[in-house]
Ligand binder design. Sequence first.
Ligand SMILES: N[C@@H](CCC(=O)N[C@@H](CS)C(=O)NCC(=O)O)C(=O)O
Length: 200
Amino acid sequence: MRLWQNPASPFARKVRIVFRESGLLPRTEEINVAVSPVSPNADLARHNPLVKIPALQTDDGTVLYDSSVICEYLDSLNPGAHMLPAGAARWDALRLQSLCDGILDAAVLCRYELAVRPEPYRWNDWVQGQFTKIRSGLDALATEVPSWGSSFGIGQIGAACVLGYLDFRFGDEKWRERAALATWYDSVRQRASVVATTPA
Ligand SMILES: N[C@@H](CCC(=O)N[C@@H](CS)C(=O)NCC(=O)O)C(=O)O
């Protein structure tokens, strides 16, 4: 398999953590690509018309995107413990993944607005609107974190990527004021898969 990714991408990080948690890492090659909405990567564009990462080429040549589809595919290859449970718990795991993806969508859009868009064109109200989504999403995570116990499925992987991305790109965001979330993150950030994928 071939995974187009970048160490700074929180969506690619979700997939990279699943590769490591499921023992599938030796079966893939991680290809580092730089992406931006205003300078699409030509190699990636041949495989993913959206020119976004992550994208995964499977052993039969099929290219899969986006991160949630890739994670589901990897889970289907894993004979061991599943990141996506069966039965009723599956819907809760998928909902939690969507919540985390939504927070990441808002955070990545803010990153582009603040780092890529030329300063005269920036729109502060729009950025604040995205931050409102980020913060209400964090409030929701803080409410449910006590129910997670030691689980580390797709929803918790998403949450680790959210908090890691906020530390990486928005260090001034005081998300640790949500103490339960901070305590949870302090334990999961020690996991080998999380350490190995921490953006530098
Ligand atoms: N919904 C997608 C989001 C992926 C995404 O936004 N990736 C960003 C990098 S973090 C990207 O490729 N941006 C390039 C662009 O928007 O052109 C997923 O879950 O994979």
